[in-house]
Design a protein around this ligand. Sequence first.
Ligand code: NOJ
Length: 561
Amino acid sequence: MSGIKPEPGWYKDAIIYEVHVKSFLDSNRDGWGDFPGLTAKLDYLQKLGITTLWLLPFTDSPLKDDGYDIRDYYKVYPSYGTMEEFQVFLSEAHKRGLRVITELVMNHTSNTHPWFVSASSSRSSPFRDYYVWSDTPDRYKGTRIIFSDTEKSNWTWEPKTRQYYWHRFFHSQPDLNFDNPKVQDELLTVVKFWFSLGVDGLRCDAVPYLFEREGTNCENLPETHTFIKRLRAEIDREFPDRMLLAEANQWPQDVLPYFGEGDGDEFHMAYHFPLMPRLFIAIAQGDRKPITDILQQTPAIPANCQWAIFLRNHDELTLEMVTDQERDYLWTTYAEDPRMRLNLGIRRRLAPLMGNDRRKIDLMHSLLLTLPGTPILYYGDEIGMGDNVHLGDRNGVRTPMQWSFDRNGGFSTADPSDLYAPPIQNPVYGYQVVNVETQIRYPTSPLNVLRQMIEVRQSSHVFGRGAMTVLHPKNRHVFACLREMGDEVVMVINNLSDRTESVLLDLSRFRGYTPVELFSQTPFPVLERAHFHFTVSPYGYFWLALRPPAFSVRRRKRTGR
Ligand code: NOJ
């Protein structure tokens, strides 16, 4: 029986947990995580309080880009299990009320996909036109190179048929030709296949790059929107409660059209890329301005849409949506060692970025869970896992989940040399010290504190759906805002600095109200004056419900932080 109830806008109340099947739990001792392993850990995820899982690509692939190079859209990569095992996983997730989002990689395939194998074997192949070919590498000159550390051009020479093919990512990932209606139909068939199996949403990879046009930067073209509107219309007709999430690493005003502007007829959700690096700047500088600036530049989105917000993910911490000056600041602050840098970003996890300072890690989670949008957590960050700069590309942030201090961190009983990647082993972040088993056992562990934060957030719709008003106290070290929905009001105060700060907030609207601290349900003194003074510890935070005079304050058992 499924515990999933159809609920319009469910994604607004979600807490998404991003996980790689490969990295979670190996059930058959081959050194790779798999679906039975992930299924066995659903209870852990349910207890953490997340509501939705986002799985990284798990279909067949030569893994030149960790599965974002698809060889077969309809087959599970053998090390991860079988289609039957995927279906068992999905139904077990649903039984627990957990929804599942999978990947839709539309922009490109692997060069080992049968379409490309055929297309590159002869110019008369029926699949030739599935890809983008050219006699010269001079077309679309205005297009940036994304994987700038590895690729020198977006064109690669194909010697057999003597033409160049177009690719926005690795040269082993040829771009599909969306001008070909057959390509569009093929991808719609893929979408319907996964929705028919019961997945609840698709995270649509690399959306801005579907089409190419001379004289443009080949991003965000009108043709892309026409296709997305068609995709959405077909989904709404056949699978009305499903969700489409856009990966469009762009400025908020350029992402807006992906929601379908006024109509909300394209994506339900899109990542807020520029917010993320600014949270890292703000906490490093102890200044709220980077956050308030980007929120100010964020346009309103249609009522049925939602931002997806995050701190870290499986990629480098991308610094594309910052100014050159901000990028230099982030690089010098967070990636002193050149090995920590990749393309235009930083390949590190949350805990090391925060210098393993618990106060900062918790504060970043406080921001993530209270800013407007649906939060996405990256597996392992709930326990403060570290990273490994010695592994190439982005693999250093994709190491095995650390369950216990047993062999291989409890991830696998295989020989250590058989693992897809070594678990983190160092005195600060190694699995011997950072693991789930340990953190379950004491209430103030990173895991338990995050769990409590999630519980509080999930006790109300105000965080996922409420309006936000930024407060502007004089003290810029403090970022404070109101979240409001109906007559429910929550005030969040975050101290971004490493000192105790006092802040005077104009709360004249709430005279006579009682602030109630949400983690302990402790009532604060009634707001009797127009301005109210709060003292916040270094990197401290308050989540305070503002209760009107008539509201009886029920004191719940203190749970403590
Ligand atoms: C974005 C994904 O997040 C990244 O991991 C991948 O390499 C590229 N898209 C190409 O698919």
